[in-house]
Design a binder for this molecule. Sequence first.
Ligand SMILES: Nc1ncnc2c1ncn2[C@@H]1O[C@H](COP(=O)(O)OP(=O)(O)OP(=O)(O)O)[C@@H](O)[C@H]1O
Ligand code: SF4
Ligand SMILES: [Mg+2]
Length: 346
Amino acid sequence: MTASEFFVQGFEGGNRWFAGTMLLEIMGLESRIKTRGAIVHPARGVSLGVGEGECLGIAGESGCGKTVLLLSIMRLMPPGGLISSGEILFEGRDLVSIRESEMRTIRGRRIAMVFQEPMTALNPVLTIGNQLIESIRRGGKHTRESARGRAIDLLQDTGIHSAAQRMQQYPHELSGGMRQRVMLAMALASGASLILADEPTSALDVTVQARIVTLLHALRSKYNLSLIFVSHDLALLSQLCDRIAIMYLGRIVEIGSADEIVTGPQHPYTEALLECAGRSCEDGEGVGFKEIPGELPDGSAYIPGCQFHPRCPLAVEQCRLEKPELKSVTPTHFKACFRTEVGALE
Ligand SMILES: Nc1ncnc2c1ncn2[C@@H]1O[C@H](COP(=O)(O)OP(=O)(O)OP(=O)(O)O)[C@@H](O)[C@H]1O
Ligand code: SF4
Ligand SMILES: [Mg+2]
């Protein structure tokens, strides 16, 4: 079997193209949320893998299912939500089916989540130091004194100066960038090997954002962290991530190395995202996907064939009737689209 055949066949078994050891493998994930008026389907058959030490970026328009996907990995579905099928394999266990007591040994410990607004995750009435010490001591290996030393080391690792003094401060006394660093220190304190970052830098100004991205690079190699990083900013994802997955209405429509996605997109939706991101930058409106023609359908919508067909300028009859599966373009690059033209939108 050639390397290429291995990767392609492996992918069909759940995205195993990564040459190293896989840390997380999501296979055929489907979820739903019952709301008052409808049933929303945030994941419609998602298969993804993250290798040890790998950073996977996820991009897609608002409402395409990025946050709910991360919450599914933590098994923290919104009220009325459930995972209806699929597997989430992490360190040999299926997070979909293990008991809640077992899940509690993984959630926040082996897998940590970092949000856009860290205040939602930090306790406002406890000092940074106490929160970190508590998190470190949960691992069971530290006395209060040694946990304090470890907390100071972690704050220094995340680029916080005068760490001993910062330990005495409360979250509201810190800037947004500083709070995000504390969140990363908290994730490291818990001993997590996988960090799920949901737009962690989008509320920060560009300079602070760049510093956090540099920090994440450094922490990844120092702690051999795996990372899933959700962002609307494809340029930022291409700096930080090894691979990027593009999500549309609960499905992965394209996935490849960061370079393949940003410089050689093969799916019309990815092309449109890149084009719109560039256009809104030039217009000084910041990075966003606001200008793709048409709107992302409601999460409860059922669309036969390719879900992108009502908005796709390349749609043909087949697109309205059949669902395209992810197929390989190169050993590391996959797209779910029938058309083979490259750059056909230009
Ligand atoms: N708590 C909830 N109750 C009902 N539906 C929800 C809830 N949270 C998300 N959804 C629905 O699930 C789908 C996916 O939403 P999700 O928040 O994951 O999108 P997203 O890609 O993270 O968007 P954004 O970029 O705006 O953060 C959407 O249709 C959304 O309306
Ligand atoms: S399958 Fe058809 S509708 Fe879907 S993205 Fe490709 S060309 Fe467009
Ligand atoms: Mg979100």
